[in-house]
Design a protein around this ligand. Structure first.
Ligand code: DQA
Length: 148
C-alpha cells in the first residue's frame, strides 16, 4: 500500500561506508541494511520509499530541491554537511513538507564541532543517537506528522 506518496531518505558523505566505518560509533549495519529497514517501515506506513546517498554537497542540494515536487516527507542524514552546509540549509527551507533530521550517533554527546547543525533550524524535528533505528523512528515520525 503506497497511496500516500513517497518518503525520501537522503544520505550525505561517508554514509556509503556504514558497516566498515567506525562501527563502535555508527554500528554494524551497512547502508543497504538501513535501506531495507526503511523500505519495510515506509511500506507499513503506506508510503513508497526513495533512498539515496551522495558524497557531494551539490548533489545533495539538487536532491533536496527535487524533493519539492517528488516527496511527501523527507528524512535527511547530511553526515558532516550537517555541521557545515548553509547550502543544504537554504535548500531545505524551500520545502513545504515535513522534514526529519536523522543521525545514527548522538551528535550532542560527541565532539563540540558536531553540536552545531545547519539542518535543525530547517527541520520539523530531529532523531539522533539510536543507531540505524534512528531511521525507522524518522519514518514513523514523518508518517505521524502526515496524520495517517
Ligand atoms: C552522522 C554524524 C555526523 O557528525 C558525521 O559527520 C556523520 C554521521 C550520524 O549519523 O551520526 O557522517 O550524521
Amino acid at each position: 500500500m503506497t497511496e500516500h506518496g513517497s518518503i525520501w531518505v537522503l544520505n550525505g558523505p561517508n554514509l556509503n561506508l556504514l558497516g566498515e566505518r567506525e562501527p563502535g560509533i555508527y554500528g554494524g549495519d551497512s547502508l543497504a541494511d538501513i535501506e531495507a529497514r526503511c523500505a519495510e517501515a515506509a511500506k507499513t506506513a503506506g508510503f513508497a520509499l526513495d533512498f539515496r546517498q551522495t558524497n557531494h554537497e551539490g548533489e545533495l542540494v539538487a536532491w533536496v530541491q527535487e524533493a519539492r515536487t517528488g516527496a511527501a516527507g523527507l528524512a535527511i542524514n547530511a553526515g558532516a554537511y550537517t555541521h557545515t552546509s548553509v547550502a543544504v540549509h537554504d535548500a531545505l527551507r524551500l520545502l513545504d513538507i515535513p522534514i526529519v533530521e536523522v543521525h545514527l550517533s548522538n551528535i550532542f554527546a560527541r565532539e563540540e564541532f558536531r553540536h552545531k547543525s545547519y539542518i535543525s533550524a530547517a527541520a520539523t524535528g530531529v532523531v539522533c543517537g539510536f543507531g540505524s533505528h534512528s531511521y525507522v523512528l524518522a519514518i514513523s515520525a514523518l508518517a505521524a506528522r502526515m496524520d495517517l
